[in-house]
Design a protein around this ligand. Structure first.
Ligand SMILES: *Cc1c(COP(=O)(O)O)cnc(C)c1O
Length: 415
C-alpha cells in the first residue's frame, strides 16, 4: 500500500504484508517501518488521527482515542513536579469516549481495519475481559464479523453499546487455556483469522497511540513511563512509539524508562526480569492457578507473554531501562482510593496497579520526582459509561466442550 514496510526484527528481512503475524523463518516480532518519519496528526477526533503511524489503508469512523491530561492536585499529593496522565476509557468530562473502557479498543480499531484492508475473514478472539469486549464492540461498529471465545463462567462479561449481531459469543467448558485452544482451532480454519496478540503490528501500533497522544500534548517525551503489564504488549508499543518519536526529531532523543508493574502474587515477567533472564521459567509461575485466582487485576495474568522473542518485552526493557514492580491487591486498592479523591472515572483495577507502582517508586526513590512522568491509566470509566449508554450483553450462540471434534466445531461455527 506504499505507506509502510514490514520488517522481521530477527532476520532483518522485509516481508510482504498480507495480514502477516510472523515471518516464515524466524520467531521474532515483525515491525512496521512507516514512510512518514515526521508525525502529522490529522484533523479528526478518533484514534485514526494518528493514521501516518497505523498500519491501515482504511479508517473507521470513531470518536474513541486516548486522552492526556494533568491533575495538579494529584501531582502535588504525590510530590511530582511534572506528571502527565494518559487515560483510555470512558470519561466525557476529560474528552474520552472509549465505550469498552480500556486501551484494548485502541488495538481493536486498527486491527479490524487491517483485516478489512487485507480482505481477510472473521477475526477470532479468546478473551473474557477487556480484549473480548473491545473486539465485540468494534466489530459491531464496523459491521465485520468476529467470534469471541470465553470460558463458560465468563459468558456475562461481554457487553456492547450497539449489538447488531456481528459478534458471536462462544463458550467453552473448562478454564481459560481451553478457550484459547478452541480459538486457535477456529482461527486456523478457512475464513477465520486470529487477532494475533503482540504479533499483530496493528495491535501494537494502536496501543502506541497512547504514547503519541501524550507526547503531542506535552511537546516532549516523558522521562518515565508507568504501566501495569499482563502481556507487555502495551509497553512494547510504548517503546516502539518512542523510537519513532525520537526519529521524528521534535520531541527529544532519549527513550523513556519503562516502569512496569504486575499484580503480586502473579508476576512472571517481574521474576524473570529481576533475575536477569530473557526466558520465563517454571519457577517464575509457581502456584499459577492459585495466584491468578487471588489477584485484583485479572487482565494482568497472562501466562504466555511475548517477553522473550526478538522485539518483545525483554528487548524493550533492555533498550529503555527501568524496572518492574510488584503491587499487592491492598496497594492497588489504596491507590484507587487516592485517585478517586481527585477524579470521577473509576479506574480499571489494572490502572490502579499502575498508580500504586508510581506511589511505590516515589517511596523507594527509584525515580527523580522533578522529572517528567507519564502514567498510563489503561482503562476506566465503567461507572460512567453505564449511566450514559445502555449496554447489551451478547448472547452466546454456541457452547462447546474443550475436546469438541473439528467436524463438530466447523458445523457449529458455520451453522
Ligand atoms: C490488557 C490490559 C493491561 C495490560 O496490557 P498488556 O499489553 O497486556 O501488558 C493493562 N490494563 C488494562 C486495563 C488492560 O485491559
Amino acid at each position: 500500500m506504499g505507506k509502510y514496510r514490514l520488517i522481521c526484527l530477527e532476520g532483518g528481512e522485509f516481508v510482504d504484508d498480507d495480514y502477516r503475524l510472523r515471518c516464515d523463518r524466524h520467531s521474532g516480532l515483525l515491525r512496521a517501518e512507516y514512510d512518514a518519519v515526521r508525525l502529522d496528526v490529522k484533523r479528526m477526533n478518533g484514534v485514526f488521527k494518528f493514521y501516518d503511524w497505523l498500519p491501515v489503508a482504511s479508517i473507521i469512523d470513531t470518536d474513541a482515542a486516548p486522552v492526556a491530561f494533568r491533575n495538579t492536585e494529584l501531582s502535588r499529593e504525590l510530590g511530582l513536579k511534572d506528571l502527565l496522565i494518559a487515560f483510555t476509557g470512558y470519561y466525557p468530562e476529560r474528552g474520552a469516549f472509549v465505550r469498552s473502557c480500556s486501551f484494548k479498543e485502541m488495538e481493536a480499531l486498527p486491527t479490524m481495519a487491517r483485516i478489512r484492508d487485507a480482505k481477510k475473514g472473521t477475526v477470532v478472539v479468546a478473551s473474557a475481559g477487556n480484549t473480548g469486549r473491545a473486539f465485540a464492540h468494534i466489530s459491531n461498529v464496523v459491521g465485520m464479523n468476529s467470534v469471541i471465545v470465553v470460558p463458560e463462567r465468563s459468558a456475562d462479561r461481554i457487553w456492547v453499546p450497539d449489538d447488531r449481531g456481528y459478534s458471536k459469543l462462544m463458550t467453552v467448558k473448562g478454564d481459560y487455556a481451553d478457550s484459547i485452544a478452541v480459538s486457535e482451532r477456529i482461527s486456523s480454519m478457512k475464513g477465520f483469522v486470529p487477532e494475533g496478540g503482540a504479533r499483530n503490528i496493528a495491535r501494537r501500533d494502536g496501543m502506541g497511540t497512547v504514547m503519541l497522544e501524550s507526547v503531542i500534548s506535552m511537546g516532549k517525551m516523558p522521562d518515565y513511563y508507568f504501566q501495569a503489564v499482563g502481556s507487555g504488549t502495551g509497553a512494547i508499543s510504548a517503546w516502539e512509539a518512542s523510537m519513532r518519536l525520537v526519529a521524528d526529531g521534535r520531541f527529544g532523543t532519549k527513550l523513556p524508562e519503562l516502569h512496569l508493574s504486575q499484580n503480586d502474587p502473579f508476576m512472571p515477567m517481574k521474576n524473570a526480569w529481576d533475575d536477569g533472564r530473557r526466558s520465563i521459567e517454571k519457577k517464575d509461575m509457581e502456584n499459577a492457578e492459585r495466584n491468578i485466582s487471588e489477584v485484583y487485576a485479572d487482565v494482568l495474568t497472562n501466562r504466555n507473554p511475548p517477553y522473550s522473542p526478538v522485539g518483545g518485552l525483554f528487548d524493550a526493557m533492555t533498550a529503555c531501562g527501568g524496572m518492574i514492580y510488584g503491587v499487592t491487591n491492598e496497594e492497588a486498592k489504596a491507590a484507587e482510593r487516592l485517585w478517586s479523591e481527585f477524579e470521577s472515572a473509576v479506574p480499571d483495577p489494572a490502572a490502579s496497579v499502575a498508580l500504586a507502582s508510581l506511589i511505590k517508586a516515589i517511596g523507594k526513590g527509584t525515580i527523580d520526582k522533578n522529572r517528567t512522568v507519564m502514567l498510563n491509566m489503561t482503562g476506566g470509566g465503567q461507572n460512567l459509561v453505564h449511566k450514559d449508554v445502555t449496554m447489551t450483553r451478547i448472547e452466546r450462540f454456541a457452547a462447546v466442550d474443550a475436546n469438541v471434534s473439528d467436524d463438530e466445531l466447523r458445523r457449529v461455527i458455520n451453522g
